[in-house]
Design a protein around this ligand. Structure first.
Ligand code: AQP
Length: 331
């Protein structure tokens, strides 16, 4: 089976943007691919995280993975810091990556701007992501659009590493992004020029996967729109309405055309209220399962087991890399 790897940072409760752009796809891929899904807590600490909150959110995210439909019998589910090879491989990646290459990453530039003190880890973030991916020989990476540039960096690294050390063989697998056709970039509900982010200081800008129905309804009701007054899919001139269409379409599996036909002249009030109902209907059953799981021993067991499987694969690839570059001494 072809291999899949992806992860989400426990830097807050995941948003419906994280879900639509990436997590929803994780579930659909389980049957036809060999799937490995990580909770990338070492990525999260590239900016300050309150220790207690980080550890709670790590568990929360793992519970959400399973509540939304990941099956530990089919997918390897684990916490990044349980597998030391990620940080070890990231060091090797860093030593073969130019500072300039990292400084060009738009996510780095965006996130650095928001920090008083920029950590070296924030700059190094993509190198850790390269490590995550290559350790599992991953061929396809389901991610949102914002990760495309990091994937390109990963592909360049793999080429460079294979050329330098492969002696004509491919030591590492070159991955390809898998970005959903629509919904790859869900926008902030308050500012449709920026993407929805779980760590946005303005909580009205995002809907989290654990928001209560009445909060979801309130946030969608107060989402910014425009003065056109008609529902059209026009990202240029009606980005906020197009964003709500993306959300509605992804969660209902109805086509954008179908939705535009139905809502074109019904007014924004009715449209928003139906979008909200759809969001509530999607996340209510996930939330119920989440509450049953989050404090269970079952969840801990799944993560311990996942780490064991992940460690075996990751250690094997790391040794292959270390051997190739000469980090060995035994004959
Ligand atoms: N707005 C979005 N629309 C579609 N996909 C998105 N993703 C993130 N935001 C959107 C995708 O979700 C996956 C997990 O993201 P992440 O946790 O690794 O980090 P991120 O991309 O930095 O997401 P956030 O929500 O913006 O987190 P913070 O606020 O901590 O920076 C990725 O596949 C991502 O593409």
């Amino acid at each position: 089976k072809p291999t899949i790897f992806s992860g989400v940072q426990p830097s807050g409760i995941p948003t419906i943007g994280n879900y639509i752009g990436a997590m929803k796809g994780f579930v659909d891929l389980q049957d036809d691919y060999e799937t490995t899904y990580c909770i990338v807590n070492q990525h999260a600490i590239t900016v300050y995280q309150d220790p207690k909150t980080l550890s709670q959110t790590t568990r929360l995210l793992a519970a959400l993975y399973i509540a939304m439909g990941l099956d530990p019998q089919k997918s390897t589910i684990f916490i990044q810091s349980d597998v030391p090879a990620h940080a070890q491989a990231a060091w090797i990646v860093l030593c073969q990556t130019g500072v300039g290459e990292l400084e060009r990453m738009t996510q780095y530039k965006d996130k650095a701007q928001k920090q008083e003190v920029v950590s070296a880890g924030l700059l190094a973030y993509p190198a850790l992501m390269v490590a995550d991916i290559i350790l599992y020989d991953a061929q396809y990476i389901p991610v949102g659009e914002d990760q495309k540039q990091h994937l390109e960096l990963t592909r360049n690294f793999v080429d460079r590493f294979n050329n330098r050390y492969g002696n004509g063989k491919d030591l590492l697998v070159k991955p390809e992004p898998m970005i959903p056709k629509s919904g790859g970039r869900i926008l902030s509900l308050q500012d449709p020029t920026s993407k929805m982010s779980k760590s946005d200081a303005n909580t009205k800008a995002f809907i989290s996967m654990l928001d209560e129905p009445k909060t979801i309804i309130k946030k969608i009701k107060s989402a910014v729109t425009d003065s056109v007054g008609e529902v059209n899919y026009d990202k240029e001139n009606q980005p906020a309405i197009s964003n709500l269409l993306d959300i509605y379409s992804a969660l209902s599996n109805r086509s954008i055309d179908d939705l535009v036909n139905e809502y074109h002249s019904l007014g924004y009030g009715k449209f928003k209220s139906d979008v909200a109902d759809q969001v509530v209907a999607t996340f209510e059953p996930i939330q119920q399962k989440y509450h049953q799981l989050v404090n269970s021993q079952e969840l801990t067991d799944i993560l311990v087991e996942g780490a064991k499987t992940a460690n075996e694969t990751a250690t094997r690839t790391l040794s292959r890399m270390e051997k190739a570059i000469g980090l060995t001494y035994k004959p």
